[in-house]
Ligand binder design. Structure first.
Ligand SMILES: [Zn+2]
Length: 300
């Protein structure tokens, strides 16, 4: 072909026109997606996904995650520290379990800043071996977790489960007395240790019935109990790797003491549901941080 100057100019103009049209279409699409009232395909997919969710997660409504401004994202990023991955705030937002039921009982946040206002009514199921109890709603995941650990060769024992507020009061006192004996009567140090490990009477997560303090039976057979070096036991390692698949998170991780308000407890596992647990485990987030993201994404 013989490309004259005239030909070249025509091709050039056609190309520019094409690019302009493409840009207009892209900008149009971008704004269409931003319109919250639009019934986009995304909504429909979300709705059909919702109808397939389990019974516990049905009454979610058609809430859509809010789009955060750059400033809101920066704020959230400052509050949330994903420790086990390099995920930035955009990944955390993108992978946040879609439309978790904000009122879902299994996501309740109880800590020193969010105590119980009154004694909750907790229907209980009992573990025959330990005599410990937990919320009857988590009987299945508890059984599945314990069975899986057993099959993997790491039989677990429930050291502590549900505690009432009154029981927690006694628990605080007996722990304080133990620390007092350990420190040779140092009241200040005994109080400091009690505050670091034992929850206030109305702020123990154990009162939700969703918590298990778990130790390996082999560990117990060695005469050992709740101590930080349990983390090196193979059963603790197994728990860290697998508990999330049964809906449980390591509630008080290392290096998150300032966020949870508690020292590292490699034995304290909290049920939050499978999807939230897998998300938190993957990104090294605490339940406090999960709630920060959930609140930031919730529509007012
Ligand atoms: Zn505990």
């Amino acid at each position: 072909m013989n490309f004259t100057k005239e030909h070249a100019r025509k091709v050039y103009i056609t190309l520019i026109l094409l690019i302009v049209v493409l840009l207009i279409v892209l900008v149009g699409l971008f704004y269409a997606r931003r319109q919250p009232t639009d019934s986009t395909q995304e909504d429909q997919t979300a709705q059909s996904q919702q109808s397939q969710e389990s019974v516990q997660e049905t009454d979610i409504g058609n809430k859509q995650n809010k789009r955060l401004s750059r400033k809101e994202k920066a704020q959230l990023e400052e509050q949330v520290h994903a420790s086990q991955s390099d995920a930035d705030i955009n990944t955390l937002i993108k992978e946040f379990p879609r439309d978790p039921n904000q009122e879902a009982a299994e996501l309740i946040l109880i800590n020193k800043d969010n105590p119980f206002e009154q004694e909750p009514q907790v229907p209980l199921a009992y573990d025959a071996e330990s005599g410990q109890s937990f919320h009857e709603d988590i009987e299945k995941p508890v059984t599945e977790l314990l069975n899986a650990a057993q099959e993997a060769g790491y039989p677990l024992y429930i050291v502590s489960g549900y505690r009432s507020i009154a029981y927690q009061e006694q628990n605080i006192e007996s722990n304080y007395q133990q620390y007092l004996a350990q420190t040779g009567g140092d009241e200040e140090e005994a109080q400091r240790l009690t505050d670091a490990y034992v929850a206030p009477a109305n702020a123990s997560e154990h009162t939700t019935g969703l918590v298990l303090d778990l130790l390996g039976k082999d560990w117990l057979a060695q005469g050992k109990s709740l101590s930080e070096d349990y983390e090196n036991d193979p059963s603790a390692q197994w728990l860290m790797k697998n508990a999330a698949n049964y809906g449980f998170i390591l509630r008080y991780p290392k290096d998150k003491e300032d966020i949870t308000g508690y020292n590292y407890e490699p034995w304290h596992y909290r049920y939050v549901g499978v999807k939230p647990a897998q998300y938190m485990a993957k990104h090294g987030l605490t339940l406090e941080e999960f709630h920060l993201i959930q609140e930031a994404l919730a529509e007012e």
